[in-house]
Design a protein around this ligand. Sequence first.
Ligand code: HAM
Length: 410
Amino acid sequence: MIQKPRGTRDFLPDEMEARRSTEAKMREAVRRWGYREVCTPEFEDLELFTLRSGEGIMQEMYVFEDKGGRNLALRPEITASVIRMYINEAKVAPKPLRWCYFADCFRYERPQKGRYRQFWQFGAELIGADTAIADAEVIMLAADTLNATGVTWDLKVGHLAFMKNLLKDLDMVTQRHVMAHLDKKDFEGLKATLADRGKVDLGESLTALVECRTLPEAFEISGTIPEKERVEQMTGILDTAGVTYSLNFGIARGLDYYTGMVFEGFAHNLGAENQIVGGGTYRLAHLFGGDDVASSGFAIGFDRVMVSLGDVQPKKDTIVGIVCTNEGRSFALSVAREFRADGIRAEMELMDRGLGAQMAHASKSADFAVVIGKREADAGEVTLKNLHSGEQKTLAPAAAIAEVKAHGAR
Ligand code: HAM
């Protein structure tokens, strides 16, 4: 028996309905902020991701050569693609651009609960706004979108300027190593890397920075940073808006393109893979041949949202099973059409079963049976049976439709 590839999942109809219902809530949240959906290819030139996505992602990428000898990659994330698309298609559009996406990504990671090789991100990118209020909007949008799903989670907001100011005397390679240690919360590795370079004090300052939770303390540890006013304005906006968050200056993010504000969210009831959203401000456009443009955004791990929510019960459709004899079949087909035209889910018998077997099937799978034998077909009527109450009546098709609709509205 052929199995699905490791790290991928199949979704049965109940699960798809639950996923779609959560997705709809997220779509509605971003719509209210003016974000409009975009779509980019599932695979891109490998170079798009090698330019700036960071070592971690590079090692996890699905890379292949196509028949024309091109090096391609399945997208490990959507931000780089969105910025490529912006340069290709929308450079001259009035700024800011507010875009969102719901798309699958591929990373060759070790699969476990909440970590898959194919997973879905619900994300947004705000392109062309470089202000404190833009930084705050992206955080507030992420919070609204996640809150709309019903998950409970904690929001942590930081800014890379503090860390970068402490690291500014190190070469770029060491800076990246330090950031990678911080992203993985590997403090032992961090200390070892810095000790190797004779920077034990720096290790202590970084640890203090990671642990501090207020702006004045962070300024004291890192020294004055040029972004001071912007960070204060942004946190001021979040406070005024009543956003619940904590400051965390140890957020390093695993992708290399972030430049300033960064944030992450953690679901309360997930285990090791509890990071449910990540984002921040970044610059990518200039790397892809466009003018430099400031952007910010986030991506929510949709599958983690679903794991965190547990069993979501989607709103159930009212189902009508059409039960008919051979003589009733052509009238039954037209009655089924009428039900569907009125928006009701109607399922015809397809298995050539007798009336008894059809009724037994309907009672397992439907809310109503619409029974059509020769008598009903001759009279242009149907026998409508409520399969929950057992109540049964003979009616004109239009009256049966009205009755089923009234049940669905309840
Ligand atoms: P990221 O933190 O790499 O950021 O991914 C965003 C979210 O995707 C994570 O917080 C996590 O919930 C989910 N995720 C990541 N890997 C997996 C996996 N293997 N299985 C299930 N869920 C996963 C980005 O991708 C950036 N592009 C976010 C961004 C947008 N920054 C600016 N704009």
